[in-house]
Design a protein around this ligand. Structure first.
Ligand code: ZN
Length: 173
């Protein structure tokens, strides 16, 4: 296994819709393992392949202690949401590609998702709570969408201003 470099806001790969996986092979299994390792190292709860510069529809999730139904860790290929709940909730989210920034995002509070394991087995997940939110966040990444896109224009502007300031400070120090 190896740790991959996480791409940061501003990297064009984060904005490109990722392509479907067509070949299920050892490289794909390795990619999923590397993604989990990279996610754990960064203390994240989810990671999508574009975040390590690979524009393909693979994501990993492990919400640890918050995983009440003991679903994870999940490695999912070509995920598709087949159902969103009508009810929503509002919870603060962050992103490994926008480190240090957090904001409340409204999303459906449950989803049903289908896809494949890296070995090519079809799977269905019925998720609610935090793990459902992380799943939606990671699927957004596969479509080139970031959580900041789901904020009001004002909140988004404020967050981006803070982000630019934090990045400038990082360069200075
Ligand atoms: Zn993210």
């Amino acid at each position: 296994m190896s740790i991959r470099k996480i791409r940061i806001l501003g990297d064009p790969v984060l904005r490109v819709p990722a392509g479907e996986v067509e070949v299920f092979d050892d490289d794909l299994v390795q990619l999923a393992e590397d993604m989990l390792e990279t996610m754990y190292r960064s203390q994240g709860v989810g990671l999508a392949a574009p975040q390590i510069g690979i524009s393909t529809r693979v994501l990993v999730i492990d919400v640890g202690e918050s995983d009440e139904d003991d679903v994870g860790p999940i490695a999912l290929v070509n995920p598709q949401v087949v159902e969103f709940s009508r009810t929503t909730d509002r919870v603060a989210e962050g992103c490994l590609s926008i480190p240090g920034m957090e904001e409340v995002v409204e999303r459906p509070d449950a989803v049903t998702v289908t896809g494949f394991t890296p070995e090519g087995e079809p799977v269905t997940y019925e998720l609610s709570g935090l793990i459902s939110r992380v799943m939606q966040h990671e699927i957004d990444h596969l479509d080139g969408v970031l959580f900041i896109d789901r904020l009001s224009p004002l909140k988004r502007r404020i967050l981006l201003k803070k982000w630019r300031k934090s990045q400038a400070e990082e360069v200075d120090s």
